[in-house]
Design a protein around this ligand. Structure first.
Ligand code: PMV
Length: 351
């Protein structure tokens, strides 16, 4: 009987506070700007993945929440190829190792959050896929080294290889060897950050991040100022705000960067609008919360879709999550374990 080799891991969702938006090399997912994210709690929003290989498998396969996925796409193939090549080097250096690099792979992934909720699940998905195969192959690569591979699956996935506060430095090499994720600070440095996720629409997003980025790079006149001037300044200020645990500075940078990113989307020709009326209502609620507090105690941010992620500190739970829950009543929902379980139904007015 042929042996089956197997390894399992989990990777959490990360939500950027300085957004990645624009590719300078679409095939390698090399970005036009660096980005920075907060990784959500492992125990809440995460992908669990098991990777196995066996001489009896006839083809590579990937099952996500029970449904077969196409593995022939260039992104999944790039991850498989890079990981197999690292395993093959190991096998060459130690002849006693089983020849796993030539066997087909079976990947089984489960998200513990609804994929249909429109949250970027590809970040946790590719990070878990890469780490599970790296563990299966017993690679000694560090998370930063693995981030180079996960980036090729989905850009933002490179940041989900770390917990806490993570930057993805854009790098300058044409082969992407220096476009890597690194830890800015572990979650223990500033552990009381919380997030609630407001699901403004669970519909699949209209314009994918890949085509949205392509259209922005090609047609937005604001884009280059954002990528070349604003984001580099914000990266420096955001790292400093995290080091100093300065929530007001963190909040202003987060909200300005989300607004600026969506402004470049609106500036494409034709324009792209990811936010809807519920998203804009969530922005007003955050502004009212901050005005009532007399300082920024809540920060919204939006990815390429209408759902809001609102960051706040645990000590302000009542004044932030409590206010949103007050608006929403007892609606069934979910969110980061670090925050309340809040869900907004589509079209629900917050004001
Ligand atoms: O990793 P992708 O290709 O799904 O792009 C993610 C883009 C944003 O979520 C909007 C920003 C980010 O930095 O995560």
């Amino acid at each position: 009987m042929s042996e089956i080799y197997r390894a399992s891991t989990t990777a959490p969702v990360n939500i950027a506070v300085i957004k990645y938006w624009g590719k300078r090399d679409p095939s390698l997912n090399l970005p036009t700007n660096s980005s920075l994210s907060v990784t959500l709690s492992q125990s809440d929003l995460r992908t669990h993945t098991t990777a196995s290989c066996s001489p009896t498998y006839n083809s590579d396969s990937l099952l996500l929440n029970g449904s077969p996925q196409d593995t022939s796409g260039s992104r999944t193939q790039a991850c498989f190829r890079e990981l197999r090549s690292l395993r093959s080097e190991l096998e060459k250096s130690d002849a006693s190792l089983p020849k796993l690099s030539t066997q087909k792979l079976k990947i089984v992934s489960e998200n513990n959050f609804p994929t249909a909720a429109g949250l970027a699940s590809s970040a946790a998905g590719f990070a878990a896929l890469v780490r599970a195969i790296a563990d299966l192959y017993q690679l000694t690569a560090t998370p930063t080294e693995l981030s180079r591979i996960a980036r090729q699956g989905s850009g933002s996935a490179c940041r989900s290889l770390f917990g806490g506060y993570v930057s993805w430095e854009m790098g300058s090499a044409a082969d992407g060897s220096d476009s890597l994720a690194t830890e800015v600070a572990p979650s223990s440095h500033w552990p009381n950050i919380r997030a609630i996720i407001l699901v403004a629409s669970s519909a699949k997003k209209g314009v994918s991040s890949t085509s949205g980025m392509q259209q922005t790079v090609a047609t937005s006149e604001l884009f280059s100022h954002r990528a070349k001037v604003l984001v580099p300044e914000r990266m420096t200020k955001m790292k400093d705000a995290i080091k100093r645990k300065d929530f007001a500075a963190f909040a202003e940078l987060t909200m300005r960067d989300s607004n600026g990113f969506h402004a470049t989307c609106a500036d494409t020709y034709p324009p792209i609008f990811y936010l809807n009326d519920t998203s804009r209502a969530a922005i007003r609620v955050v502004e009212n919360i901050n005005a009532a507090a007399g300082r920024s105690i809540a920060a919204y941010t939006f990815d390429a879709g209408p759902n809001a992620v609102v960051y706040y500190l645990a000590e302000d739970e009542g004044a932030v999550a409590g206010v949103f829950k007050g608006f929403l009543g007892e609606k069934e929902g979910w969110g980061s374990e670090r925050g309340g379980k809040v869900k907004v139904v589509e079209g629900k007015d917050l004001d």
